[in-house]
Design a protein around this ligand. Structure first.
Ligand code: CMC
Length: 422
């Protein structure tokens, strides 16, 4: 039979065929024929946890498409809010649909005053903005108890709208709290990205006018981060969502997963690494230390991409536009040289390690004056529509509760010995 694999259980001599459909084999067929034999797949390297029609990622060829549209076209021609609509609804909006969506997002950016007065002010003066963001998103669930009704599609989209609208408000509040500055209320006359920049940077001016090059660059970075199929945080979203927790609590779990340095925290780690390297002459020594296993080249490598990450190429191309406004980030020269040397080195070539999206984003954020502990927060704002699109898709799929198996390798039965006899 073409497009299938044949499995033989050598204990019994019994064979069965597993059809290959869309590049996968159905685990139910396996389970039926081989009950009690589990796939041992830590990190899910060979396990597809779901079917999805949101993002198509071909890591071998460096291809990324949202709902079929190449990331390069979206980054060039679309806006973050249009991409969010595309991810969530499945198709690009008409003008009328888009205007309504922009209106809805713009008019739900405020958050309850208790969050501002009591919640944010309760954090320690130097609290990390990601820690504040994770807890603030979870706290929103207490203001919207109706969000628990996840079976109602209209209700789901009201909560999705709220999360996309309030993400930048919560994020900028986390930043302002971390530096002891008063919060800035949303400004409905600005677009999504401009409003975020206003809430971040506005001081005493009556109206904040962001630089159009910087707000467009940030919009493009948000587009590039908007989805990336079953990554760690999106998997957290689907797993937690499968218990039917409300979308605020579920999104807080995804945001928590993003916090780690191997996922959304890598852009911050790249800047630390470039600073440590400090100058060209230290690059070869640094590369040697990575090859000797003394740490990783941050911003390089990816579980799925075994070619150049297409997002990294777009970010790299945008860096010059930003630097024309902000002045050149001196670390870019070290990054470019590091990339050049690594891409010629057998260690990186043989393992298919290329720059990922995080290699250059931090340099742009830094040039735009974002403090390093805000980098992952920016990633979270961008990823919000992707998380929510996957959450909505999994609810519509009536996904079973996530519950993997384990291969137990601990001790067999032992008899309890009372404490005083041990
Ligand atoms: N520097 C040096 N060696 C590396 C790196 C790196 N950045 N990444 C992987 N390797 C080596 C690794 O040591 C292993 O070598 P060996 O086969 O000799 O043991 C081999 O390459 C395969 O690595 P792996 O750890 O099995 O790969 P993984 O798919 O489990 O990890 C990764 C993927 C992204 C966690 C990893 O590449 C990494 O730690 N990169 C640095 C952190 C980073 O840039 N993360 C951002 C990811 S992109 C944004 C996002 O989606 O969140």
């Amino acid at each position: 039979m073409p497009d299938s694999v044949t499995i033989t259980d050598n204990r019994t001599g019994k064979s069965f065929d597993l059809p290959i459909v869309n590049g996968g084999v159905d685990a139910n067929e396996w389970r039926t024929n081989l009950p009690g034999v589990w796939f041992l797949d830590p990190g899910f390297g060979a396990t597809a946890s779901t079917e999805s029609s949101i993002t198509d990622l071909d890591g071998a060829n460096g291809i990324l498409r949202y709902r079929g549209y190449p990331i390069e076209q979206l980054a060039e021609q679309s806006t973050f809010l249009e991409v969010a609509y595309l991810l969530l609804k499945g198709d690009l909006p008409t003008q009328k649909e888009f205007d309504q969506w922009v209106y809805d997002v713009t008019h739900h950016t405020y958050i309850h005053e208790n969050m501002r007065k009591r919640f944010y002010e309760g954090f320690h003066y130097d609290a990390h903005p990601m820690g504040m963001l994770v807890s603030a998103i979870a706290a929103l669930s207490t203001f919207y108890p109706e969000a628990k009704d996840i079976e109602d599609r209209d209700n789901r989209f009201i909560q999705i709208n709220r999360l996309i609208s309030k993400g930048p408000t919560l994020a900028s509040m986390a930043y302002r709290a971390s530096i002891g500055m008063p919060f800035v209320y949303p400004d409905n006359s600005l677009n999504y990205t401009e409003n975020f920049l206003s809430m971040m940077w506005r001081v005493a001016e009556p109206h904040y006018d962001p630089d159009p090059v910087l707000s467009r660059a940030l919009d493009v970075l948000l587009i590039l981060h908007a989805d990336h199929e079953q990554n760690c945080s999106t998997t957290a979203m689907r797993v937690v969502g499968s218990s039917h927790a409300d979308p605020f609590t579920t999104t807080a779990a995804a945001t928590a997963a993003l916090y780690g340095p191997r996922h959304g925290g890598a852009n911050e780690a790249v800047i630390h690494m470039l600073r440590r390297i400090g100058s060209y002459e230290n690059i070869p020594g640094f590369i040697e230390s990575v090859k000797n296993g003394e740490g990783r080249l941050m911003g390089f490598g990816h579980r799925v991409y075994k070619a150049y990450d297409p997002r990294a190429r777009i970010v790299k191309n945008h860096a010059d536009d930003v630097f024309k406004v902000t002045g050149r980030n001196p670390l870019i020269d070290i990054a470019l040289k590091l990339e050049e040397i690594a891409l010629e080195d057998d260690y990186f070539k043989s393992r298919n390690l290329y720059p990922n999206v995080d290699f250059y984003t931090g340099l742009i954020y830094q040039a735009m004056k974002f403090p390093m502990d805000m980098f992952t927060v920016l990633f979270a704002i961008g990823r919000m529509p992707g998380w929510l699109a996957h959450w909505n898709e999994s609810v519509e799929q009536e996904a079973r509760i996530s519950r993997p198996r384990q291969v137990y390798v601990g001790p067999g039965e032992r008899q309890y010995i009372p404490l005083d006899q041990r």
